[in-house]
Design a protein around this ligand. Structure first.
Ligand code: NAP
Length: 265
């Protein structure tokens, strides 16, 4: 992995998150990473990091083995058209994090000369805690391992069927926004019951982290842990039931399904 050269084509929100995660972990030397976008001045904060910064996508892939395409769906075909004649069999692996664009569509544009993966990370890649769902179309095991290793650097990775990629986008990539909105609401509530915003935020952040760690370490269903907190006739169950009467779980599920329906269109 240390010798793998990575190009991130389209370094916006998710591209930069992956890049920051890679720089944080230092598994891949920064000199082996190239980041592109057209408006390269937007990457000025990376000057001095060792990462090569360019608006020349072709130059970027010529110096790289693993290519991450991180442009918006309406930009990907143009970018692939630009790159296709410079993709080398036996050298390049192409990973698209672009939502909703299938491997078949990508191969239709570039031909079938290089292995194509889709990946769906989230912005917590920047701090090494993304969950990345991966799929491919018959890639070799060593190619899968390489791509998996890359995303393992910025969090955890799982391989899924391509027909679940839209669901993965909603649950993992959009999901972080739902959780952040939940955290914001908790903080607002914390302020109303007496804490200043900073203290409320510190308590809520650690509580959310603790809840997630509990489930990750113990492999339990949330309700198993909730039962430990809900004393009969106590304040927790009263609060939880009030939230449910107001549609807490239902509104989350409806929101998630609305995101999914939007992405399916
Ligand atoms: N944001 C997330 O949390 C997230 C998570 C997982 C997946 N995704 C998916 O990743 C894709 C990008 O999302 P985003 O939120 O990162 O969008 P974004 O912030 O707009 O980033 C896309 C970047 O692509 C660059 N770009 C556009 N055309 C280019 C070209 N021809 N050559 C080089 N760079 C080019 C743009 O910069 P210039 O205009 O300067 O070129 C922009 O910075 C989307 O499909 C999204 O669904 C996003």
């Amino acid at each position: 992995m240390i010798n793998t050269r990575v190009a991130i084509i389209g370094c916006g929100n998710i591209g930069i998150s992956i890049l920051q995660g890679l720089l944080k972990q230092q598994t891949i030397p920064s000199k082996n990473i190239t980041a592109t976008r057209r408006n390269i001045e937007e990457l000025a904060s990376l000057k001095g990091s060792g990462v090569k910064l360019t608006s020349d996508n072709i130059a970027a892939i010529k110096e790289s083995d693993l290519i991450i395409i991180a442009v918006k769906p309406y930009n990907i075909v143009n970018v692939l058209e630009e790159l296709k004649d410079h993709l080398n069999t036996g050298k390049h692996l192409l990973v698209s994090v672009t939502a909703g664009v299938t491997i078949n569509k990508i191969q239709e544009v570039i031909g079938t000369k290089v292995p194509v993966f889709r990946a769906m990370p989230n912005i917590s890649a920047s701090v090494g805690t993304s969950v990345t769902c991966l799929c491919h179309n018959g890639a070799k095991s060593e190619e899968i391992e390489l791509v998996k290793h890359l995303f393992d650097i910025v969090g955890t990775t799982m391989t899924i069927d391509e027909d679940l990629m839209e669901s993965a986008t909603v649950l993992g990539a959009c999901g972080i926004a739902y959780v952040l909105r939940f955290i914001r609401a908790m903080i607002q509530g914390g302020i109303q019951i007496g804490f200043d915003a900073a203290t409320a935020g510190a308590i809520v952040n650690q509580t959310v982290k603790g809840a997630a760690e509990l489930l990750i370490e113990r492999h339990q269903h949330p309700e198993f842990e909730i039962d430990k907190v809900t004393t009969p006739k106590g304040c927790t169950i009263v609060g939880l039931n009030e939230m449910e009467h107001n549609g807490f779980s239902s509104s989350l599920i409806k929101g998630l399904v609305a995101s999914f329906e939007k992405i399916e269109k």
